[in-house]
Ligand binder design. Structure first.
Ligand code: SF4
Length: 109
């Protein structure tokens, strides 16, 4: 499921830098506010592995980690030259899934 990373309050200055450094996959970034101040922003939530490093210690109350329950991320790999390309594999897999769902619905009714 797609990770959702939400900052619960504005995190500025050294705290913003600390938060950015905590994340091993660089989900957070620093935004320059133009007045000499900097604040943390969520830059790449899709990369989040939900390792929970950013909610350990003093930053516990600063970040909320959840998953989007109806957004699924798939990785599709083909076996190489001569095999079906990933887009065809996906389409075929969806057809098989549809058939299985129809069979379950038919058995239930
Ligand atoms: S849970 Fe881990 S990967 Fe996700 S934002 Fe926090 S530190 Fe980064």
């Amino acid at each position: 499921m797609l990770p959702e990373v939400v900052l619960l309050k504005e995190i500025k200055g050294d705290d913003a830098v600390k938060l950015v450094k905590k994340c091993p996959v660089k989900v957070f970034d620093i935004e320059d506010l133009g007045n000499g101040e900097k604040r943390a922003v969520v830059n790449d939530p899709r990369s989040c592995t939900l390792c929970r490093e950013c909610v350990m210690g003093p930053s516990e109350e600063q970040v909320r980690l959840t998953r989007v329950r109806d957004h699924f991320i798939f990785t599709i790999e083909s076996t190489g030259p001569g095999a079906l390309p990933p887009e065809v594999l996906f389409t075929e897999a969806v057809k098989i899934l549809e058939e299985k769902c129809e069979r379950v619905i038919s058995e239930l009714s």
